[in-house]
Design a protein around this ligand. Structure first.
Ligand code: F6P
Length: 548
């Protein structure tokens, strides 16, 4: 890692940061009327405006140099050509193959994976269509009306986020539900009121060993068997997994198993069989549009020069703030209620991918890596954490995302929503200086001490950076592009930080941790083998269970 910080590109950026530290975005805009044209790009109706960042043309040039010195183009080509870039797990990284519409072969260990990818997609889409048209009915012959996706992490967040986002493309008589947490409140609420005879369970788990998913799947199976008997399981349970043996042990028939390969990472898996819930929700044609949108972004990422490459630009801007301006977080604010799960989805994509402290070679990284990603749909976020964005002591770069066209006919709502988007990014950039604030307070009738006392509280420093992403319409294709944009952004950053963005050893630990404690909780005796805090908590829990 020492090599990157000592690289000429890094040093040049650090020196450049010192020279532009005093620059203010409002002055940059005032000095250059073409700033928006210089720092915005469009691709198939998706606009990225990155002009409201603390950058000049020189900043972007130096950032592109850094990407080149980090070997971004070489790593990108390695990913697209199926090489083993997830080195700690010894795997290729090929979610791009799942949406490859180019006709190009993609080889892993000398085998073109595309024929099998295509066959798996056709089989999955045929099943989805059969559920939708009622031909794949439940055990009693009733058509499926409710589908429950049981999965967690990447086997939950992608399908849940996409289904929420594409609600206008769904039918009212075919409802999707998502269960992730092992907290039984979630599955109980999902099952409440459902008819077992018209309910289909999708057990989504790459490993088919994840405790939360297996516990929920077992509860769902008991619920179904109690109502319809054991022979109904075959009509009401399907599995999405890479572990055929474990799915068979659970009682899933081979015809109800939709497999995907180990080169599909959990958080990049919605394009694979893990997308079955999405395909049932929106239908085969729309699912293919989602894939096409992602593929369009893939092609752009593969071919566009770095300086005009949307994921590269987003990734580099993130590097600029994290590594050269000490930003610790990054906000994602979709001005679209249907994208309300996007921040949660991106938390996994960004933080599970790049929340790492060692390089691919196992050395400690010597710079900050993934920021803390958080967010909330606008305008809701405006009334909670935006105070900190405007006047807090921290630098919080933010992405604002919206669609120009809405799916509803209440045009005044949409105009108010988008007016807030545009006004907020402008206010964050410009701030409000003393003269302006003073004049406003005077106009409100304040003078003397009252005015002077309030003045500092009403000032806005501004110079707070935002990216604006404007879609024409939130449809499957545009959503596919948007998701792939962020996937590749994360890839770009991982390459620059020299980390393996595709393993997740930090969260794997969680899969083991609770097992010992669970055994202790199932036993009445007090424990003393942990630290005093953990012993205290476990023993108090046991006491409350006994006497509560
Ligand atoms: O939380 C760790 C993790 O491995 C994620 O990366 C993954 O998306 C999730 O668990 C679910 O794993 P599985 O699909 O194997 O149940």
């Amino acid at each position: 890692m020492a090599s990157l910080r000592n690289s000429s590109a890094w040093q040049a950026l650090a020196a450049h940061q010192r020279t532009i530290a005093g620059m203010r975005m409002r002055d940059l805009f005032a000095a250059d009327v073409s700033r928006f044209d210089k720092f915005s790009l469009t691709l198939d109706g998706l606009l990225l405006d990155y002009s409201k960042n603390r950058i000049s043309g020189e900043t972007m040039r130096l950032l592109c140099d850094l990407a080149r010195q980090a070997g971004l183009e070489k790593w990108r080509d390695r990913m697209f050509s199926g090489q083993t870039i997830n080195t700690t797990e010894g795997r290729a990284v090929l979610h791009v193959a799942l949406r490859n519409r180019s006709g190009r072969a993609i080889e892993v260990d000398g085998e073109d994976v595309m024929p099998k990818v295509e066959a798996a997609l056709r089989r999955m889409l045929a099943f989805a269509e059969a559920v939708r048209d009622g031909s794949r009915a439940g055990a009693t012959g009733k058509p499926i009306t409710d589908v429950i996706n049981i999965g967690i992490g990447g086997s939950h967040l992608g399908p849940a986020m996409v289904c929420r986002a594409l609600k206008p493309f769904q039918r009212a008589d075919l409802r999707l539900h998502f269960v992730a947490n092992v907290d039984a409140n979630q599955i109980s609420e999902a099952l409440n009121g459902l008819d077992p005879a018209s309910t289909l369970f999708i057990v989504a788990s790459k490993t088919f060993t994840t405790e939360e998913t297996m516990t929920n799947a077992a509860t769902a199976k008991s619920w179904l068997i109690e109502a319809l008997g054991g022979q109904a399981v075959g009509r009401h349970f399907v599995a999405l997994s890479s572990n055929a043996e474990a799915t068979a042990a659970f009682g899933i028939e081979p015809a109800n198993l939709f497999e995907f390969r180990d080169w599909v990472g959990g958080r990049f898996s919605l394009w694979s069989a893990i997308g079955l819930a999405i395909a049932i929700a929106i239908g085969a044609e729309r699912f293919e549009e989602l894939l096409s949108g992602a593929h369009a972004m893939d092609e752009h990422f593969r071919a566009a020069p770095l300086a005009e490459n949307l994921p590269v630009i987003l990734g580099l801007l993130g590097i600029w703030y994290v590594n050269f301006l000490a930003a610790e977080s990054h906000a994602v604010i979709p001005y679209d209620q249907r994208l309300e799960l996007l921040p949660a989805y991106l938390q996994q994509v960004e933080m599970e991918s790049n929340g790492k402290g060692v390089t691919r070679d196992g050395e400690a990284v010597d710079c900050a890596t993934a920021p803390i990603v958080f967010g909330e749909a606008g305008t809701i976020g405006q009334h909670s954490f935006f105070q900190l964005l405007h006047q807090g002591t921290r630098l919080v770069p933010a992405d604002f995302i919206a669609a120009a066209e809405s799916h509803h006919s209440l045009a005044d709502h949409h105009a108010i929503l988008l007016a807030n988007f545009f006004a907020q990014t402008e206010a964050l950039m410009k701030g409000r200086g003393e003269a302006e604030t003073r004049a406003e307070l005077k106009a409100a009738g304040l003078t003397g001490e009252a005015l002077e006392g309030l003045l500092p509280h009403k000032l806005f420093a501004g110079n707070r950076p935002t990216n604006s992403i404007l879609l024409r319409r939130l449809d499957p294709r545009a959503l596919g592009m948007l998701i792939a944009l962020y996937e590749h952004k994360v890839f770009v950053q991982g390459v620059i930080w020299e980390i393996d963005s595709f393993d997740q050893w930090g969260v794997e630990l969680g899969k083991q941790l609770a097992k010992t404690v669970l055994r202790e909780l199932q036993d009445d005796r007090p424990v003393d083998g942990h630290d005093s805090s953990t012993n205290g908590l476990i023993n108090e829990y046991k006491r409350l269970q006994l006497f509560g």
